[in-house]
Design a protein around this ligand. Sequence first.
Ligand SMILES: NC(=O)c1ccc[n+]([C@@H]2O[C@H](COP(=O)([O-])OP(=O)(O)OC[C@H]3O[C@@H](n4cnc5c(N)ncnc54)[C@H](OP(=O)(O)O)[C@@H]3O)[C@@H](O)[C@H]2O)c1
Length: 292
Amino acid sequence: MNSSSASSSAPSLFSRLSSPADRLGFGAMQLPGRWAGPAVERATAVAVARRAVELGARHIDTAAFYFSATERANDILREALHPYPDVTIATKVGPLRTATGEMYAEARPEQLRGLVEENLRQLGIDALDLVYLRVGRLKAVGAVPLGERFAVLAALREEGLVRRLGVSNVSAEQLAEARAIAPVEAVQNRFGVLDQADGALVDECAGAGIAYMPFFALGGGHTDLESGNLRTVAERHGATAHQIALAWGLARSPAIVQIPGTSSLTHLEENMAAARIALDEDDLALLEPVAD
Ligand SMILES: NC(=O)c1ccc[n+]([C@@H]2O[C@H](COP(=O)([O-])OP(=O)(O)OC[C@H]3O[C@@H](n4cnc5c(N)ncnc54)[C@H](OP(=O)(O)O)[C@@H]3O)[C@@H](O)[C@H]2O)c1
């Protein structure tokens, strides 16, 4: 998708990514390996990124702040995919990380241009397809409201450094605050079959033609998916629970674009096949959240 000119008349992400296959993308956060965990071989990480696109991923989620002691997600994507034909690369700016990996603060407005330029340099392109302002939960936010920071990204979009804007880790009120400043094409919040608290915002995005890219659709690797009703539905379909978790999101809303993360070719093949799983009403009823 990367050419040098920014375009405001291009179809929205929501309308570009419409079929279940188009709405199954890839998250690059696992590619550099975890800070404290085992390193991922560069060749393996590059192969996973390339295979994701071969298997049909049209949307890849990354950030300059996705790095381990030895690797950066953006460098891996650049080696694997530059100049990124037929794929949208989404990046995020907001959190600041120390060189030793600790997220310590949210960027102030005057730091955001530098962070956008860092992503441009690392990815080797003139304009970013989609940039999220990622907010929330970090200390030292100070008194800078979301709107003041989002306005900086809106100005960078006017300048042509960014084509589309998104917001991440936001409430409905924060989404409205951003939309009052500039069009928001994507929201990236935590949401998944086992974590459906953000459902009202998913529906709001669908109604407004905004793509919703859930993170931790597979529980972030911290949750056991292979039990309970997820396991039952998986057995019905001869699938894995991870595949059902992804298929569930695709069925849950036309706004949802999945961005599962993996550094494993085997898991990638499994995840990308989830777009072919059609869940029926009985499956979906089983996967509804249990009331407290
Ligand atoms: N905006 C934000 O605040 C935010 C926060 C977190 C993440 N994100 C974005 O969301 C994307 C997804 O998040 P995530 O990667 O942390 O979580 P995730 O997609 O929910 O889960 C990834 C974890 O699941 C494992 N996994 C993946 N496929 C599997 C399979 N088929 N079977 C068994 N295990 C499997 C991965 O391990 P293996 O590598 O071994 O497969 C990894 O540990 C990230 O890449 C990133 O782009 C955004």
